[in-house]
Design a protein around this ligand. Structure first.
Ligand SMILES: [Fe+2]
Length: 597
């Protein structure tokens, strides 16, 4: 069976699954160059159609991963053109507070319609949608999507359906695990996000034969993501994007101060009953409440307090699920699963035997979830994440192409370079961009579109920031570490699998200096990619050679992109990033080294 999964939302994406195998996952942002592109993933679907035509194949079922989408947020995608001030106006007086009071927002809509910053092609004929349908009648919007897909795919699709948002998150979390893991454990699947199909929390149990999952309960009152998002905005950062910066700041706060913020502002908002999150004293206008009440507090203590809310509530959820259902294995997805600090705390709970966190659990993974929902047990688990576009076109003369892109006047192009040489350069302190094979799906670069460096040199952080990343001063870089050696550096007593940088770990005190630049500068925790050889042989070889000459089985790893842009994709994009950065070295397809003169 051939399935096409489509996510129309924040992080638009499309996934092709053939007979249970994920063939491609494309994120629209990689084509449009707008980070977290919001809306219909037209180019991603075009690419899949192109492949199907070449192979003379048809899609049995195309599935959209949400039923009740409303057009307003897609017609005026905030993350494409809103400034922080626009966002504050939106969540404040101009829209959110009026909307909650059921007051007219017509003048605000009129203003948005005239806003010529919203000029990106959004593909769908939004102008045809009547204003009365902007916030209701999702059926109307489903029809717009369905018709557009039919026209775009020209008889290639036999059937089009719409699936429930959280069922897709849950299917991704469950079926992406290996069959062995699923069959030998009673895994509880948990989804938590901002909102999808009117819900923000679901909990699922496996059937006796472990081939299916069924929903135990759901909640529409689990406002963790919403509270985190609004706090991010109140701190002057981009909602739906910069939550990781709040999480990164949280360890700097002292609990004696952040506890006060937590107790006064966050503690009484939510409660948990039998694993289900419910409102406690949650005010109707959450943004207004947070804005007023957070006013007297310092930014770092606010970060610490909101993180404490997420950790406290999620600990309660798991503890109660253990008490009531005896679950000791948990698989988590949805936007909140991106919180690696929460995942760390949960993995350390005494009764928890294992937690599994699927890569990029926010909405961009819903297209994969839709395919898993359809294929269920007839699917293969998530073997690796290199599911996007290839660096080069088929049959391209690669060396010739590289020499054309990097002229001799400005660049030295060396062929047949071995990973040993790259390891030696790293040892000396070189910062090297690497691009190889297919791009990673999701928000984390895992060795195919990465910048790597020697993690024992903390001065590297400043250099990388000046060369390309421009990251906030408090934010850590990540680490890739060889699986066979990781326990010499990280504390992982429960053997938690972390191939995709989804969980935080403590580090071993007397080893920290060797990996310092890849850890959190304040609490020395790490968000690792624990790498086995079979997952990425070429990348593994570089690190293994680096280990042989330094005794450090790890490299600092950060994504290859210019500040504010999505991760680089094909060779022209990679070259553009390299040329516009201060980076000196680019290692391509594991054998060609480009050096700036
Ligand atoms: Fe979601």
């Amino acid at each position: 069976m051939i399935y096409l999964g489509i996510n129309v939302s924040h992080g638009a994406s499309a996934c092709l699954m053939i007979n249970g195998d994920i063939k491609f996952v494309y994120q629209e942002e990689r084509f449009t160059k707008v980070k977290n592109f919001c809306g219909y993933p037209k180019i991603s679907i075009d690419k899949i159609i192109e492949y199907l035509k070449e192979e003379n194949l048809k899609i049995d079922i195309a599935a959209f991963s949400t039923i009740h989408n409303l057009p307003f947020g897609f017609m005026f995608p905030k993350n494409h053109f809103f400034t922080i001030e626009d966002q504050m106006n939106f969540y404040g007086e101009q829209f959110y507070s009026k909307f909650l009071k059921k007051k007219s927002v017509k003048s605000y809509i009129k203003k948005l319609k005239k806003d010529n910053r919203n000029k990106l092609d959004l593909y769908l004929p939004y102008h045809k949608i009547k204003e009365k349908y902007y916030f209701k009648n999702s059926k109307n919007f489903r029809e717009v999507n369905r018709k557009f897909l039919l026209k775009q795919s020209k008889n290639l699709i036999k059937k089009i359906i719409f699936l429930d948002h959280h069922s897709c998150h849950a299917s991704y979390a469950y079926y992406s695990l290996s069959r062995k893991v699923r069959e030998s454990n009673k895994i509880c699947t948990l989804t938590i996000d901002s909102e999808g199909d009117m819900l923000n929390q679901t909990v699922w149990a496996p059937s006796n034969d472990k081939k299916n999952i069924s929903k135990l309960f759901e909640s529409s009152q689990c406002d963790l993501a919403r509270i985190y998002k609004m706090t991010t905005l109140i701190l002057g950062m981009k909602p739906d994007e910069h939550e990781y910066k709040v999480m990164g700041m949280a360890p700097y706060s002292k609990s004696s101060y952040s506890d006060e913020v937590y107790n006064k502002v966050y503690k009484n908002l939510l409660d948990v009953k039998n694993g289900k999150v419910i409102h406690k004293n949650r005010p109707k206008n959450l943004y207004d409440y947070l804005k007023k009440n957070l006013m007297p507090y310092r930014f770092d203590n606010i970060c610490g307090a909101v993180q404490k809310l997420v950790e406290t509530i999620s600990i309660k959820i798991l503890s109660q699920l253990y008490k009531k259902y005896k679950f000791q294995h948990f698989s988590i997805s949805g936007g909140v699963s991106m919180n690696i600090k929460m995942n760390k705390i949960l993995s350390e709970l005494k009764f928890v035997k294992k937690i599994y966190v699927s890569p990029t659990g926010s909405d961009e993974s819903l297209s994969i979830g839709a395919c898993y929902y359809l294929a269920k047990n007839n699917s293969r688990s998530f073997e690796n994440i290199y599911l996007g576009q290839k660096l080069f076109k088929k049959n391209q003369d690669i060396l010739k192409e590289i020499k054309k892109i990097f002229p001799r006047k400005k660049y030295i192009v060396q062929d047949k370079v071995k990973s040993k040489k790259i390891a030696k350069l790293l040892k000396k302190g070189a910062i090297i961009a690497i691009a190889n094979g297919r791009e990673e799906f999701g928000s984390r670069a895992l060795g195919n579109r990465s910048i790597i460096a020697n993690p024992s040199k903390p001065e590297t952080i400043k250099i990388i920031n000046e060369m390309i990343k421009n990251r906030d001063f408090w934010m850590p870089f990540a680490l890739t570490i060889l699986e066979r050696k990781h326990k010499n550096f990280l504390i992982n007593k429960k053997n938690i699998s972390c191939e995709f940088m989804t969980i935080g770990f403590d580090t071993i005190k007397n080893k920290i200096d060797l990996i310092k630049a890849g850890t959190h500068p304040y609490d020395n925790t790490v968000r690792p990619q624990i790498l086995s050889r079979n997952k990425n042989v070429e990348y593994y070889e570089i690190i293994d050679n680096f280990y042989k000459i330094t005794g450090i089985p790890a490299v600092l790893n950060t994504s290859l992109n210019l500040h504010g842009f999505p991760i680089s994709s094909k060779i022209d994009d990679v070259a553009n990033t390299f040329k516009h950065s201060g980076l000196k070295y680019l290692f391509l397809i594991n054998k060609i080294l480009v050096i700036k003169k």
